[in-house]
Design a protein around this ligand. Structure first.
Ligand code: AMP
Ligand code: MN
Ligand code: MN
Ligand code: MN
Length: 274
């Protein structure tokens, strides 16, 4: 079975790429895409481990972008991580993450929380820095009681730590993925809390830019939602992808390979690379 959306400790996951691949194998995954946020550094290790375990690892990435003021995630599947345009894209996204982290740090300082940038950097270590590292800092310094509360109070959409103007337009991220020979996929379409009309506009712009698929199944979700997203994919002539969006072990709602199959009337995205 395919799990085409997962994270390692190279971004905001917990497992090393090698451990992610072992766990995927145990969970019955036969084709795994490693799609860390804005980085491809874990892919070599994952592919080496996959050769040992006898499963297939597809090189992937999850780009942070902006569309009409909404933060959108675009997954690239079956990319060439070494392609010059992919390398340039990753460098640029890394700089944007640094810029954004400084801005988040300044905003939190103004809101009475000093030291957040330093704290988040310590949490990130060698990983690309992200909001979850700020969330960990906020939890560990007792500002909030959970990661979820950190997003709700400080880091989520519309809160002081929600800085998204650094991100490129969706069409640009799609162009990077295409240049690197990959397939572009709209990640977790239901997470943006858009009306179906607005989502339709996003999908049209995405398809016009060369995007080819949407995640019809993202982790555990209601059957109604799966049917709705399958209908939307078919309406727009898009392929369907599926993935757990795995970050952390032992959270029942987010386990590798743990989600329902794509509806029969979908065209699975893997038909594109066979
Ligand atoms: P970033 O990529 O730095 O913008 O951070 C976004 C990441 O934060 C997502 O990919 C999730 O892994 C994580 N995240 C978003 N919302 C929450 C939440 N409510 N609780 C915990 N983690 C979250
Ligand atoms: Mn994440
Ligand atoms: Mn995402
Ligand atoms: Mn993700």
């Amino acid at each position: 079975m395919h799990d085409l959306h997962t994270h390692s400790l190279c971004s905001d996951g917990i497992l090393r790429p090698q451990a992610l691949v072992s766990r995927a194998k145990t969970q019955g995954v036969t084709v795994l895409a490693l799609t860390d946020h804005d980085t491809v550094v874990g892919i070599d290790e994952a592919q080496a481990a996959a050769a040992e375990e006898g499963i297939r690892v597809l090189p992937g990435i999850e780009f942070s972008c902006l569309w009409n003021g909404v933060g959108i995630h675009i997954v690239g599947l079956n990319i060439d991580p070494a392609h010059p345009q992919m390398q340039a894209a990753v460098a640029r996204q890394g700089e944007s993450r640094e810029t954004r982290a400084r801005q988040i740090g300044e905003k939190l300082a103004k809101a009475g929380i000093p030291g957040a940038l330093e704290g988040a950097k310590k949490k990130a270590g060698d990983a690309v820095i992200g909001r979850p590292h700020f969330a960990q800092f906020l939890v560990e310094t007792g500002r909030v009681s959970s990661m979820n509360a950190a997003f709700k109070k400080y880091l989520g959409a519309g809160k002081v730590g929600d800085v998204k103007q650094v991100w490129p337009p969706v069409a640009e991220a799609v162009s990077w993925i295409l240049a690197a020979g990959g397939v572009a996929v709209i990640a977790h379409p239901d997470k943006y809390k858009m009306t179906r009309t607005k989502l339709g506009r996003l999908i049209s712009d995405f398809a016009e830019a060369g995007g080819q698929a949407i995640e019809v199944v993202s982790g555990h979700q209601q059957p109604d939602l799966t049917r709705d997203l399958a209908r939307i994919a078919n309406q727009h002539g898009l392929y369907a992808s599926c993935g757990s969006d795995f970050h952390v072990p032992d959270q029942s709602w987010q386990e590798l390979g743990s989600f329902s199959a794509l509806p029969d009337d979908c065209r699975p995205v893997w038909e594109l690379w066979g």
